[in-house]
Design a protein around this ligand. Structure first.
Ligand code: HEM
Length: 306
């Protein structure tokens, strides 16, 4: 990938030190704890205010001002901690803490992390326009589980909302925002599936291929959340949903992304119904790229009467 800096594009000692450091710093600023939920709620409040302020004007959820999933304070704290570590290690000849690394780490977190989460939410909301019956079922579940509760949804609520959880799994399977894993490198010459791979070959693993495997899913091109619900209405069959990759190089932000995805999606649908605003539905031909994203579309967000 041209460079071996930061986390996503590096390996060996460099990757290990940079990944562990960033994960530790993210935990220090509340990642995976109640503080993370508070930050998600603060952002959800802002999103709801923006939607309300637009009254009955149609909105494109992917517009950067709506769901950006950034937190400047958290970013500053991680960057500040990194610079401190750089200074502490400046006399070590073999240090991996360098300014150019920091630039790539910022790219890893803010580009890979923030935009992938925002795009997934955009796709989940788009699916509500494509499948109004599914939106109705989610509203029903929200009303039954959270109806009386005026508080913000919490990530733990997913345990009582299997249908909504199944829809979010289906969004991630169907659209594969990251269609391939991060790059891997062969450390010695080897063979894989009958192919000779020289030392230092870059390898990408097709996540979309797993998500659309006909032998396994049977009808992978149908949007069918029920595939994740067993006869007792419990979530199952999730082993082959790999939006965050797998193994030691798995996404380090998956906890934050899952919590943000559930909380934003439920928080928005608790208050609003999405309606298409043009005769045509959003296109399911997505825009390919490092991240697969929807084409711009607009929707009416109608305030629900609960
Ligand atoms: C829905 C949102 C997200 C999706 C779909 C996603 C997906 C992925 C995928 C597929 C990988 C490659 C995993 C592999 O190679 O096996 C990855 C790696 C990574 N992600 Fe995410 N991610 C998301 C959110 C985030 C967030 C919120 C952050 C930051 C807080 C983040 C930071 C990273 C980093 C730093 C890596 C590189 C890990 C490594 O190479 O060790 N991601 N992500």
């Amino acid at each position: 990938m041209g460079t071996r800096l930061g986390i996503t594009s590096s390996d060996g000692r460099n990757w290990h030190e940079q990944r562990s450091f960033v994960l530790r710093q993210l935990r220090n600023v509340g990642f995976g704890k109640t503080k993370m939920e508070e930050q998600i709620h603060a952002e959800l409040n802002e999103i709801l205010d923006i939607i309300k302020s637009k009254k009955d004007t149609p909105i494109w959820p992917g517009e950067s001002s709506l769901i950006s999933n950034n937190d400047d304070k958290t970013g500053d704290d991680v960057i500040y901690a990194y610079i401190k570590e750089m200074n502490a290690q400046k006399d070590r000849e073999d240090t991996t803490f360098k300014l150019e690394q920091l630039v790539f780490i910022i790219l890893d977190i803010f580009i890979a992390g923030a935009s992938s989460t925002a795009i997934t939410i955009d796709l989940a909301l788009m699916s509500m326009l494509l499948y109004p019956e599914i939106q109705r079922k989610i509203h029903k579940e929200i009303d039954e589980v959270l109806g009386e509760n005026s508080e913000m949804p919490r990530y733990i609520d997913r345990n009582r909302m299997p249908y909504t959880e199944a829809v979010l799994l289906e969004v991630q399977r169907m659209y594969s925002v990251a269609s391939v894993s991060g790059p891997r490198r062969t450390m010695k010459a080897t063979t894989l599936g009958g192919y000779d791979l020289p030392k230092y070959t870059t390898i990408l693993i097709g996540l979309a291929t797993v998500h659309k495997d006909e032998d396994y899913w049977k009808d992978p091109h149908n949007f069918r959340p029920e595939r994740f619900l067993d006869e007792n209405n419990k979530i199952y069959n999730t082993e082959r949903v790999l939006p965050f990759g797998a193994g030691r190089r798995k996404c380090l932000g998956d906890q934050l992304a899952r919590a943000a995805l559930f909380t934003f999606f439920v928080g928005i649908l608790k208050e609003f119904s999405l309606e298409k605003c043009e005769s045509a539905l959003p296109s399911t031909d997505l825009v390919p790229g490092l991240l697969t994203s929807p084409k711009p579309y607009k929707a009416y967000f109608r305030k629900r009467k609960i």
